[in-house]
Design a protein. Sequence first.
Length: 414
Amino acid sequence: MSVNYLNINKLFYFSLIFGVVIWFCVFVTLPVQIVEPIQPKTTLFIVACYLSLIFGFVTINLKKKEKEVYNQVELISILYKIIIITALSFLVRFIDLFFVREMTLSNSYALNRSLVGSGFEFVQIPFKIASVLKALYFFPIVIVISLNLQNKRLKILSFALLFLPLVEALLLGSRKPFFDIAIILVFSTLVFTKIKLTKKKIILTLFGAISLFIVTNLLLFKREAKEGKNIYNEILSARYNDLLKPSKNIELYILSDSTSDLNKRTALTFLHLGQYITHGFFEFNHIVKGKPIPLSYGSYTFSPFGRLFNKGNINTSPREYVYITTFGALFLDFGWLTPLFMFVFGGFQKIVFLNAKNNFIWLPLVIYIIIINVFLLMFNYLRGAGIYPFVAFTITLLLLKNNLIKVNEESISS
């Protein structure tokens, strides 16, 4: 099967514009106040990065390639092999978490998070390989949606694979995998299907949104709960409030005894989500206005590669573990040379988009790049394990090109 329906220019530009619009709309409706004035250098840097990304995208042009066409049986066979590789990678990860590090769902999030850092040398090599390859977890479902595959067993396995990261999320009290899964499904549906609104689809969408809100709310409150302390005060005094403070009115509403617990939790969750989305910009602004920081030359954003060369986990951010946007992370790495990196990244995106028109195996990277573009101003999908989908894809592509993932047309029926 080949893919010839992608409007790559539309997808690229819309992903950038959509991200800026989301950030702006959330910020202007959020009951917060800016602590530090926005520096002209911050705005200039971000604009330069966006323009460089666009310039890199429009500059690259590839010679038209012959489409790589797979029949239905070949395609499904390849997908099953990707599913098996990814499932085995998760199995190695779960053995490491539950049996080697002895993490359990009954442990506190703080204890489980401390156990994550307790490394054991004899599992490092298989663990690292598994960590990379399990990043393929969303590849099968994206391909299933994009090509409208009707194989029921393949659909079930692809969805099951998509939800495997939630096991670790529940162990660590992390909400990000829940949002990631929702974003992948929504973006894949919007990009690859023609949506026809029906009553059933509207109800399912509302149910999914409410369920996501409830689950992430429960995780947040359970993670932040501390014996003898007011949970609302704890969340309102978290570090992201330092540079993007809640307004007095919303603080009084949340802390008031006359406000019901349900209303308090709802208001605080929406406030927290809004800050979660927008505060990275102001964290980056804080870095720009501060003292010069020695460049880490990629070791901050691309820390897995840094660790390969025994450079450790380099974190030069003055406020350490807070979101500083993709631009902030790259600024720590390359300073004002970051627009050059963005130019190269724009060209890389064009290559991915063009190849996706010829071969279905590239389609998941299209979705992943769109996600990166939309959230440039909010989160950093490139940092750390964020580069694993690209590495895992490269490994998979090499295996396919060299026929090491062999297609057995007789083994799997369509």
